[in-house]
Design a protein around this ligand. Sequence first.
Ligand code: KG4
Ligand code: ZN
Length: 343
Amino acid sequence: MEAQKDILILGIESSCDETAASVVKNGRTVLSNVISSQIELHKLYGGVVPEIASRKHIEKINQVICEALDDARVTLDDVDAIAVTYGPGLVGALLVGVAEAKAISFARNLPLVGVHHIEGHISANYIEHPDLEPPFACLVVSGGHTHLVVVKDYGKYEILGRTRDDAAGEAFDKVARAIGLGYPGGPKIDRLAKEGNSEAISFPKAHVADSPYDFSFSGLKSAVLNYLNGCKMKNQPIVEADVAASFQKAVVDVLVEHSMWAIDEYGFDKFAIAGGVASNSALREAMAAACRKKKIAFYHPSPVFCTDNAAMIGVAGYYEYIAGTRNGLDLNAVPNLKLGERL
Ligand code: KG4
Ligand code: ZN
């Protein structure tokens, strides 16, 4: 029998503050993964400034793509398709990646595949877990999203729950700013919480009436701000590490609780986490313990594949490509693209 030809996808990601490109082989092997982060630039402003993000993407994107091809030791002649994040995200930032992908597709006559950013995050789990195949449940927790998703098949999703207000990562970032840790707050809270007592302060764990799988983090964020203000008014010392640990526990407890309800109700035997917050050490430990107790397999990507990267877009793009998904040169950035929707 003739050996199957390898399929190489060039993935491009520019939805927020990372300009990234990657070459992925057969949907599972990452040949290169180049990420140019703008974090240092946005730190000055305490968060991502969309206009600056778009301009930086334009400056970096060609260089990042060339580096990704070089690192993979391939050229565009070897690539089978271009996969690009076309939503959701910052419209100006997304447009840079989409315009670049369309230009390469047109110039080299290569198929173009638009990828949903969340589908990318979920697909990051396939990179290091060759045994992982749908169906499974996945909790996607990032700076912009908090979704509890059933992955029915490659490219087929059902959303069980989502946040009603702030995303989990957004809550981490806002609380970090309030206790003076700076942007991005998630990794800083993660680190500081290790020195604190998670039982020191009792913060609320919000549940959404009638929607057991939905999340709400704005009340928790307000409770932390009120606690900090109360301490200042009463001239009481603030133990930042205790605030970080107690806040983190409140987030993690709710994320684990809702995920385990879904596992009990739907009977999944595989559970994955994805997105920037999936690199949180307390969340990983708590999820691993909860899954162990239920005797189900638990998956999470390495931190570099949790936060924004283009390898995950290459992986998701591969499964879309082999399913026959193709986009024309009219592909546009869709800042509020819904998961499972194709525009
Ligand atoms: O997935 P991502 O890079 O971007 C979005 O698609 O939003 O996620 C970034 C988010 C930020 O809010 C950041 O604070 C959070 O992920 N994050 C963390 C950790 N590392 C990154 N949150 C908690 N603990 C961490 N270790
Ligand atoms: Zn993301």
